[in-house]
Design a protein around this ligand. Structure first.
Ligand SMILES: [Zn+2]
Length: 203
């Protein structure tokens, strides 16, 4: 997936570049930059991001979102999770991803979510046994069969972020191959930096 940041330039906005000033030169700032922690020429007052433009959504409709991506997206206000969907507020349209799995534990055999899979099963006296709730599921439901997932021999795995699938219509419209095809056809301006959005809408 590739999204492009489109900035909103406030009226009269001028870039404040990281320039040198001999008066600022010190041991910790040998070039005398305005901000010694940034590179020379960097813009120190980036304008706010107005929106994200969809370039393409990748090769496959499946998309994993890490917890970090979710948090960053929510903080920036362009990602919401609602009614089993993860929505990216992009242009020309919002991207709708159906959530297949959210954070939690899942059985490698049947895919079922196992709540508290990593907690130990308690015996009759209430003492923890050596078996976890996830292992118990594999043993009782799947008759102790070997885990189909070599990386998770105990038969269940942890999902940290969100496993999702992009809406079929949107996958067809925005996948990487389609993006490249349009680009070759001259639809999406490669080399034209004046972002004249002349996109053909094929329904
Ligand atoms: Zn299972």
């Amino acid at each position: 997936m590739e999204l492009k940041r489109i900035y909103r330039f406030p009226e009269g906005w001028k870039p404040n570049r990281n320039t040198r000033d001999p008066e600022r030169v010190s041991k910790h700032n040998p070039l005398g930059l305005k901000d010694a922690g940034k590179r020379e020429g960097d813009v120190l007052n980036p304008p706010p991001v107005d929106h994200f433009q969809i370039k393409h959504t990748g090769v496959r409709p499946e998309q994993n979102f890490s917890q970090k991506m979710i948090e960053a997206g929510q903080a920036a206000g362009f990602l919401t999770i609602s009614k089993g969907e993860l929505i990216l507020h992009t242009k020309p349209e919002d991207l709708h991803y159906t959530i297949v799995r959210g954070p939690g534990y899942y059985c490698c055999h049947c895919g079922e979510q196992i709540v508290d899979a990593n907690l130990f099963v308690k015996d009759e006296e209430g003492e923890p046994t050596e078996q976890t709730i996830g292992m118990q599921h594999a043993e009782t439901v799947h008759e102790g069969k070997e885990s189909p997932d070599q990386n998770n021999p105990s038969g269940y795995r942890r999902v940290h972020g969100y496993e999702t699938v992009l809406e079929d219509k949107q996958h067809k419209k925005f996948n990487l191959e389609e993006f490249q095809r349009k680009r070759l056809a001259g639809g999406d301006g490669k080399g034209s930096r004046k972002s004249s959005q002349r996109s053909q809408d094929n329904g």
